[in-house]
Every structure is written in structure tokens, then in C-alpha cells.
Design a protein around this ligand. Sequence first.
Ligand code: AMP
Ligand code: MG
Length: 521
Amino acid sequence: MKDLFEAENQAIFENELVADSNEENVSRQVRGACYSFVSPKKTAKPELLHYSKALLNDLEIEIHDLELFTQVVSGNSSFKANRPYAMCYGGHQFGNWAGQLGDGRAINIGDINTSSGNWKMQLKGAGPTPYSRGSDGLAVLRSSIREYLCSEAMHHLGISTTRALSLVKTGDQVMRDIMYKGNPALETGAIVCRMSTSFIRFGNFEFLSAQKNTDLLKQLSDYTIRHHYPEVQDGPNKYVNFFNSVCERTSEMIVNWQRVGFVHGVMNTDNMSILGQTIDYGPYGWLEDYNPGWTPNTTDAQHKRYRFGNQANIALWNLAQLANAIYPLVNKAEPLEEALEDFKNLYRASYHQMMCSKLGISESQSIQKSFVQDLERLLFKSEIDMTLFFRKISEIEYLKFEQLWEIVLETTYSNAEDLKKQEETWKDWFSEFQSIIIREGLDQEKRISQMKAVNPKYVLRNYMAQLAIDAANKEDYSVLEELYTLLLKPYDDQNEMNKWFVKRPDWAKNKVGSSMLSCSS
Ligand code: AMP
Ligand code: MG
């Protein structure tokens, strides 16, 4: 294993793409560049709260000098020979073109070559950049804990995501108005060091396209293909093939979100990774009672654009914006429209297959879509906890309806009276389910292990993250550590951890941070 500070670095992004010629750190409109050089702000008294040994292991990297590491991931010391920079992008926010956005509070501090490619390190909350639009460029402890825990949890769930290397408290105070209700207060400042092979978003392409800078748009696309889509060959269909691959990766990511009940909360095009990774953990949440209309983001409470059941539609909408952005490289609408059509079909088929796999059914082609939809309707009407339900049904024998009914009773947030009204419908659905299982005749043990591999036992429920935050605010990091460890193996039984395999407690139902989150972070 190599030491982090001895690993080779290449500065590929910086060297191959155009830098902003202005190096002043003032908010401004940037033209003709993909990034701006900017240094992180010094922090008062950085304290390393956690770092991901799992990520270091994956990268085959070690850290020997934790003191130096803390200085680097808090922005106080520079990393290797890299010059830190913030990336330039635009984006559609809540359906409207927002113009230039950019890394307003994220600074790339360097990169390392690892056995799994060239990884970039990015500090979130490291101070203002030319893209801060007058804001402070900082992040607070609560949102940093949420990003740190959730990005690592997503990875261990097998879902494509940016990773989190470290979480530090800066020793500085940050002013925030959590629910935007005119009650600003000082909060603890923090920084997460994120890692990915690329932090390029749909918005990077949109921004260059909006500026009609086709040369740079082509450079950025070629760069992305060269380093991240090696399967895309040079030739007349290069950019269409690239777009198709982005559509495929995005579809896979959304299917996985739906599989585990993850709601991103702010699927603006500037929060869509060109690699199909989950990126920018803000007011995200995990579905508890199965409700396709649910969003954790109070900023989106009115239209619920980014609700659970709408994530695939929004991905399609976002991909259409990306298609518009790269249109100048393709100059034909049909192949891009076809790719969007293919995305719809791919998503539909993959979603159906995924839902069948959650039910232990392998022959998804022979299953009617309505069979899955009937279950979704029942889960919604009976207010069933999604994670508990699917995990518990992974272990039953399917011989008696009573077994299923018991699970329904155990996992509902509804009352017995309302539930009783749906018992007959559940019975009908169950008899169809039972006959499919019998028809497929899969060995019981095999079915159970297959189902457990797609139905996690533990996810980062909103209240769990909040408990870690509440403890951390009292300088107790034991819950953070416990959840980090728990979520390394979300599909394992870990029976000693059963206290986390329960319904959302009543106190968490309408609590800020547990079910109500805003973009303030
Ligand atoms: P987000 O909703 O976190 O994806 O952020 C949207 C845009 O606002 C991005 O350009 C961010 O960099 C920027 N932004 C968010 N918070 C801050 C902040 N505290 N200071 C400066 N820019 C920010
Ligand atoms: Mg963002």
C-alpha cells in the first residue's frame, strides 16, 4: 500500500482543460474556461472527526501522518504540487436555467493515481471561490455529517456515488438560517473531503454550450470520453455514443435509488454527475412509509418536483438538457431523441426487473407490470416501511398469507382499522405472488440469499443521521462511528445492530433534520 503523500499525481483535469486567466478570488462571471485557480480558506483549529478506512483500502492507499492529513483536508496545507481550483458550470435549477453556478464552496485540492485510476480530492466547505455568488463558501457540521455518512453508505449499498474520505471540524463558526425562517444562528463549521475520478456535471457542458463556446465544449467532451468513457470509439457517432453511455449509467443509478428508497432531493442539472454517480448530498432522504409523492426537501414542498416517484422522469428531463447542450457537436436531433427514447425503455425494463428481484422473482419478463404496480399501491395505501417490508419478506416461506399479514402489521405506520380495509386486496396480491414463487420453484435458501442481496437491512434513515448530528453537536462522535461501521455491510444481518432495524420512531416524524430538510447547509 502506498502512502497518500507518496502517491503519484498528474493534474490531468488542470493540464488538459482551459483555466480562467483571472486568478483573483472574487465572485464573477467566468468566460472561456473550465475552472479557476483558487486556494482554500485557512481554518482556525481543524479537528479530524472521521476518515474512511474503507475508501483508503479500496484505493490501496495508507495515511501515516494523520496530523499532516488533517491540515491538508481542512485546506490549511497544500497537497502535492497541485494548484487548487474550483470548477465552472451552470445548470437548470427546479426546471429553470440558472446561468453560471460553479463550485461555490468546493475546491479541488489535488489528485492521486491509484490502482483504480486517477482520483480527485475535493474539499466541500473550504471557503469562497469566484463561483460563490457572494455566499461564504462554507459548510456546517450537520450537512457535512450527512454527506460523509451517506456517500459511504451508498457505495456499500453498491450504488455509484462520489466517495467521502474525511470529515473535519474547522474550529470556525458559520452563520445559517436552517429553515429560511429569519432565525440565523451560528453553527459549527466543517469540511468533507470528497473523492471521485471526476466531478464533472451535466452543467459543465450546459454552461459552455450556453456561451456558444463549441471549441471548449468539444474539448470538455473529448476529455470526458478519453478518461471516463474509454468504450466510446472515435468516429462520426462519437458524441451520440457518449450520450447513450451517459443515459445508461444514469438509468442504472436511478434504478438503484428506487431499489433502496433513496430520494436525492435536488436533482438540478448541476447536481447530475456525467459519470452517473450520486453527487451533492444535500436535503436527501430515505423513504420510510412507501410514498412515491414524498420529498425530504422543504424547499420543494409545493411542487414536489424531486419526489421519490418522479426521479426517473427528472433524470430524463436532465438528460434532455444535456442532449441540448451537446447538440452543436452532433448537429442532428434524431439520434439524441432516439437515445432519450432508449433511456425510457431501458429504465422501464430495468426498473421492472429490479422490483421483481426484490420479490425474489427471476423471470421478470413473464411478470405483468400491473403485478408490481398493485404491490406499490398497497405499500402506499397501507403506509408500509419500505426497507423493513422487503427485508422481512426475504425470509418467509410463502406458504401462508398469515406470514405476510404479520409483516404488514409489523411494518405499517397506519392503524389497524384502516389496514383491515385492505386485507382482502393484500390477500389477492399474495395469492398471485405465491403462485409465481411456486411456479419458479427456486430453492428456498438460494431465493433468500438472492433477496437479501438486493433488499438492504440497514439504510441511513433520516432520524439516524440526525442522532449522529445531535451527538456530534455535543462532541460525542460515537453514533457517527457506529453508523459508519453499520453501513459498511448494509446487506448483512448484524443482529447485534437490530436496534437500527426498526420503524422510524414517532418523535422523528415531523422533526427538522429528520423529515424536514432545506437546502441550507
Ligand atoms: P447545491 O444546492 O448545494 O447543489 O448548490 C447550488 C449552487 O450554490 C452551487 O453552485 C454551490 O456551489 C452554491 N453554494 C451552495 N452553498 C454555498 C455557500 N455556502 N457558499 C457559496 N456557494 C454555495
Ligand atoms: Mg450542487
